[in-house]
Design a protein around this ligand. Structure first.
Ligand code: S3P
Length: 189
């Protein structure tokens, strides 16, 4: 395979906090590119036969991160796929190394207020979400602010590009990602 063909086989990897729309945008992007779509949170749940919240409750975050890492490393072995990761997947440097090797890493980002507005509107998944900070008295926005503070350096290290999600629909976010891919010659003309 030529170097050019290999570049077009690169995965697209979406990283970012909860509420940035990684799964929704990933699914649309995969359709547009006619590629397979992998959602690491979904694969973790299928593998464990439990919701993420149940995994956290029964085995703690440590167990969840172990399964998540297995799933992320396997997904990264695929070619030509769109991979949506869980918000904390970038906490493990092993995951980051592998994701950067296998793909174009796009960081979807937004203010805690905007992300909370989106999460709060998504009542369907509320029961699946574990608390991610030790302090359970924090409001949703405060929890996101804390996560952002703790993780922003890790997101910056992991990403190749950042796409802000404020005032953009999922389709507009996908269009922005496609533009960035074209600009980097990651798509055939
Ligand atoms: C997590 C985010 C979740 C899920 C798990 C942990 C995190 O994924 O992986 O609850 O640490 O930020 P989403 O970002 O898809 O909600």
């Amino acid at each position: 395979m030529s170097e050019r063909e290999m570049i077009f086989q690169k995965n697209v990897v979406l990283i970012g906090l909860r509420g940035t729309g990684k799964s929704t945008c990933g699914r649309i992007l995969a359709e547009r590119l006619e590629r397979a779509f992998l959602d690491t949170d979904e694969i973790v749940q299928d593998r464990a036969g439990k919701t993420i919240r149940e995994i956290f409750e029964e085995g703690g975050e440590k167990l969840f991160r172990r399964i998540e890492s297995e799933v992320v490393l396997e997904a990264a072995d695929r070619k030509n796929a769109v991979i949506a990761t869980g918000g904390g997947a970038i906490l493990d440097p092993k995951n980051v190394r592998k994701l950067k090797q296998c793909g174009f890493v796009v960081h979807l980002s937004g203010s805690p207020e905007e992300l909370w507005r989106r999460i709060d509107a998504d009542k369907a998944t509320a029961h699946q979400r574990p608390s991610l900070t030790r302090n359970r008295s924090l409001s949703g926005i405060q929890e996101l602010e804390e996560l952002l503070l703790k993780r922003s350096a890790a997101y910056s290290r992991a990403r190749e590009v950042e796409v802000r999600v404020e005032n953009r629909s999922p389709i507009q976010i996908v269009d922005a990602i496609l533009l960035l891919m074209r600009a980097r010659h990651l798509l055939p003309n």
